[in-house]
Write a protein that binds this ligand. Structure first.
Ligand code: ATP
Ligand code: MG
Length: 192
């Protein structure tokens, strides 16, 4: 986390760290199976119950959160409306062309609240850390600045539409897992 933050420092874009969504919460842990997804799902549903509008990102390639909330990751993986498509390097200069509202999907079950929306996971999320790392290796300074600016603008574009933004991260001790989650940590106001 520190070295990632230091890298961002060197890219000269640290000021953006202060522009966080006021109620963004990243649920993260080094260890697997400790309740990250359960906390994210139940917190999201609870906040919706008390009339808050909530957006939940599933950035774990296991897609457990998406499954729990009624999404089929296999179907989602066949579309272009995935976390991968939203955060992959090709997207970093194309925020204006992205129709962000299309990425956030309502829960399908009629007995679940309508004021929770999900950017569902897909199996390709697994490759996200790898493609981010590969791109940064080409020209760290240029692409970090691009990535940082893009993520900040992305998060801020959701700011007016949602009271809370929650992120369910993957466990952090598998190869390549990390950059996408660390980025979320930097932009989240709180983490759990
Ligand atoms: N408070 C709790 N008490 C008992 N069991 C729990 C509790 N919270 C979660 N569990 C159970 O623990 C298991 C793991 O939970 P969960 O999938 O939320 O963990 P995770 O950290 O997201 O795992 P992963 O690292 O694989 O994404 C699940 O079977 C879940 O039902
Ligand atoms: Mg999980």
């Amino acid at each position: 986390m520190n070295s990632f933050a230091e890298q961002l420092d060197r890219s000269g874009t640290t000021a953006f760290v202060h522009a966080k969504h006021p109620r963004s919460i990243c649920v993260i842990n080094y260890k697997g199976g400790v309740g990250k997804t359960t906390v994210t799902a139940l917190l999201g549903l609870y906040l919706a119950k008390i009339a808050k509008k909530v957006l939940v990102f599933d950035i774990d390639a296991q897609c457990s959160l998406s499954l729990a909330l009624g999404f089929d990751p296999e179907k989602v993986s066949k579309t272009e409306l995935t976390v991968y498509n939203l955060v992959e390097p090709k997207a970093w200069t194309k925020l204006k062309q992205k129709k962000l509202e299309n990425y956030a999907q309502r829960l399908k079950s009629s007995y679940l609240p309508t004021n929770v929306e999900v950017v569902p996971g897909s199996f390709s999320t697994d490759e996200l850390d790898y493609v981010i790392a590969k791109t940064l290796l080409k020209d760290e300074q240029r692409f970090l600045a691009e990535l940082f600016l893009y993520t900040k603008q992305l998060l801020m574009s959701f700011e007016h539409d949602y009271d809370y933004v929650l992120v369910d991260c993957s466990q952090q001790d598998v190869p390549y897992a990390g950059d996408a989650s660390r980025l979320c940590l930097l932009f989240a106001r709180y983490y759990s």
